[in-house]
Design a protein around this ligand. Structure first.
Ligand code: NOJ
Ligand code: CA
Length: 680
């Protein structure tokens, strides 16, 4: 570690401005931190061209004077990190963390003092920075009303952005907008855009712990201000004494796939805090689920009740026969009758319906080698859930359940918190209160060796590194919207997710709908707007360590050849490479399986999907090991496939390939291709 000299740069309005600079290891990214006009700012160059103009840093507080004007750089310190670490499960086994770091301390002497440090890290494909506020006089109880961080985008007039609105009633479950960057208003992160030089960027955050989520507010054209989702009383963040913020991240690269082939978010999170996590198991599951979404079953009691002992046994048999690890059962517990989404206070998390014998199913599952996957829907009544949480996990642990899907169905801003005085308050899903509530749930689950798959979650910021039992989450429009969403997910949805939502982390999208005609075919009906080959490709394209085969068993049994791919595809990877793609248009991934009891660790998989445009592409297979032969088992759109009326036209072919071959892939409209490269 060494202390770098401050650079004396300019003389302006009677005071010297100090700047500190930091470069990425390859020199492509340069961050300049300055106190010109006694105001903390930063700017960024990429390959010697400005990409982020001078942007503010700092805070406003309810009680204390703001951290903005009057602050000067008084100290800097830098270091270089080049190391590797292992993911217990993930899209790759080994992660490289190579970055240069500088900490810049700002001080104000007059009239009310104050001090804070900003820690910047420059990676080859992006930047992270966070605030570190030490203990100091007058800062015992801190209420942050505003974080002043800005992202002022250079030449924003010529930039294009892909985004979903923040603080809306539907949380993160929106169709993505493609607009000129200047038209994006209040947006969620990851916020992806490209400038006129074709440089792609994504602004997000890492390690969101005990703080409010940051959304971005375009206050002036091109200048996005951090906007922290407030508590119901209007305060953004409440802290006591010293605190650090989550990392603010700006990924950048010359191609769209550079954003995906990056581990910045994970690298900026703390290492695993749970110790031995061999009990956290990636895998595939089926479940009593889709039937409720297409209205052939119900969550609540009655004739169509899905979660019966008998139906669960049928699913367990099916799972055992076709190699699935678990059976998700929703609607097993008291509370679903009537208007469940507005009545979360009546959910019991320990009392099953009479026709669901949890003890018998635990036993049955053990005999079959299949686990029950638990389900806790809160409908946003989080205090009701909190009161029962320990008992709920105790019951599931006793029932051999090692994975629980949670749900927080409540309109934006409508999470029900009962405060210290017994008064109901309505909070956002992504305010500080809920950020803490989700993590409390994950940590308590870990004590019971249970992994959590959160639906209606807080956005992912890479916390799976620190808490590897936070195994997946939703946090975007998933497959369920194809059952009842208005409109269903459009053909470009998945190639959009790959470059936006998926940059945050794994998504429980629930792929694999084989019967797309439950309302008939055509374009004007609720159904997956894809071909069958595209449904298969989703298992490779949309990374998650747990993947559902979401359709009803009978629909898989009706298409056994296509179903073979779902049986074969793993969910845990040694390597992952985004080979090619453009935001919202198409994406091609290659992934190599990780060795486990079920997988040799030698096979590769490829998944490609396109939007409404049919496309032909040539993919060099140079990711395969040189000199080795593979049998490519190719599941592709048939000659006549097109998503609207011929989605089932699927061709399966096999051929021997090596790393020196190229494959020409022909994708139909909203089509895809899924390939297993079986090592020979
Ligand atoms: C919304 C979840 O995303 C969905 O998967 C679940 O079936 C319902 N909530 C009910 O909990
Ligand atoms: Ca949902």
């Amino acid at each position: 570690m060494r202390t770098s000299a401050l650079l004396l740069l300019a003389f302006s309005s009677g005071c010297f401005a100090q700047t500190a600079t930091l470069q990425s290891p390859n020199g492509n990214i340069k961050i300049i931190i300055s106190d010109e006009q006694s105001t903390p700012t930063y700017s960024i160059d990429f390959k010697n061209k400005p990409v982020i103009n001078n942007s503010a840093l700092g805070f406003e507080f309810k009680q204390q004077a703001p951290f903005s004007e009057g602050f000067k750089i008084t100290k800097t310190q830098d270091r270089t990190i080049d190391t590797q670490w292992q993911l217990p499960w993930g899209e790759r086994q080994t992660v490289t963390d190579n970055h240069n770091e500088i900490t810049v301390t700002f001080n104000k002497t007059q009239p009310q003092g104050g001090t804070f440090t900003v820690r910047f890290r420059a990676f080859n494909n992006g930047v992270g920075f966070r605030y570190e506020v030490p203990k100091q006089a007058g800062f015992d109880n801190i209420e942050i009303t505003k974080e002043l961080t800005e992202f002022a985008i250079t030449n924003s007039n010529d930039a294009t952005a892909w985004w979903i609105p923040a603080r809306g009633w539907n949380r993160y479950e929106y169709i993505y907008n493609t607009t000129p960057l200047n038209d994006a208003a209040l947006v969620h992160t990851p916020f992806t855009f490209k400038n006129k030089d074709g440089i792609h960027f994504s602004i997000h955050e890492a390690a969101l712990v005990d703080y409010a989520a940051m959304v971005l507010n375009q206050r002036r054209p091109g200048t996005f201000q951090a906007d922290l989702t407030p508590w119901s009383d209007g305060i953004a963040v409440k802290k006591q004494g010293a605190f650090t913020t989550p990392w603010r991240t700006i990924q950048m690269g010359e191609s769209a796939v550079d954003l995906i082939n990056s581990d910045i978010i994970l690298n900026l999170n703390e290492p695993n805090k749970l110790g031995d996590v061999s009990w956290v198991k990636p895998g595939k599951y089926v479940g009593i689920w889709w039937g409720m979404h297409i209205n052939t079953q119900t969550w609540g009691s009655g004739e169509k009740h899905g979660a019966t002992t008998q139906t669960t046994k049928y699913y367990m048999d099916f799972a055992a026969q076709y190699g699935f690890d678990g059976v998700l059962v929703e609607g097993w517990n008291i509370g679903w009758d009537g208007d469940w989404f507005s009545n979360g206070d009546v959910f019991s998390f320990t009392q099953p319906y009479d026709d669901f014998d949890i003890a018998a199913l635990t036993q049955y599952g053990k005999e079959k080698g299949v686990q029950l996957i638990g389900h806790h829907e809160t409908s946003g009544s989080v205090s009701n859930y909190r009161n029962q949480m320990e008992d709920a996990f105790t019951l599931y642990e006793k029932s051999n359940v090692s994975q629980v899907k949670t749900g927080y169905v409540a309109d934006g801003g409508n999470i029900k918190r009962i405060d210290e005085n017994g008064i109901a308050r309505h909070e956002w899903h992504d305010g500080q209160f809920m950020v803490n509530e989700y993590l409390y749930n994950v940590k308590l689950a870990a004590k019971h060796k249970i992994s959590i798959n959160t639906h209606e979650p807080i956005k992912d910021t890479g916390l799976r590194r620190t808490y590897p039992n936070w195994i997946a989450r939703e946090g975007a429009r998933g497959q369920e919207f194809n059952a009842w969403g208005t409109p269903p997910n459009p053909p470009e949805h998945v190639p959009m997710l790959a470059f936006t939502r998926m940059l945050a982390g794994p998504m429980d999208f629930t792929p694999g709908i084989f019967d797309m005609s439950f309302n008939g075919l055509g374009a004007d009906t609720n159904r997956p707007q894809t071909t069958l080959a595209k449904q298969l490709a989703l298992y490779v394209v949309l990374y998650s360590p747990i993947q559902m085969a979401a359709d009803l068993p009978k629909n898989y049994l009706a298409k056994p050849d296509a179903f073979q791919f779902i049986q074969d595809v793993p969910t845990d990877w040694q390597k992952s490479i985004a080979l090619d793609g453009e935001v919202g248009d198409f994406i091609v991934f290659a992934r190599k399986e990780r060795k486990s009891d079920k997988y040799s660790g030698n096979d590769w998989y490829l998944g490609a999907v396109t939007d409404e445009k049919a496309r032909t592409m040539t993919v060099p297979l140079d990711f395969l090991e040189q000199g080795k032969k593979f049998e490519a088992q190719i599941y592709k759109d048939g000659q006549n496939a097109e998503w609207k009326n011929k989605p089932y036209d699927l061709t399966i072919e096999k051929r021997i390939v090596t790393a020196s071959d190229k494959l020409t892939l022909e994708l139909a409209t909203s089509g895809g291709v899924a390939i297993r490269f079986k090592a020979l």
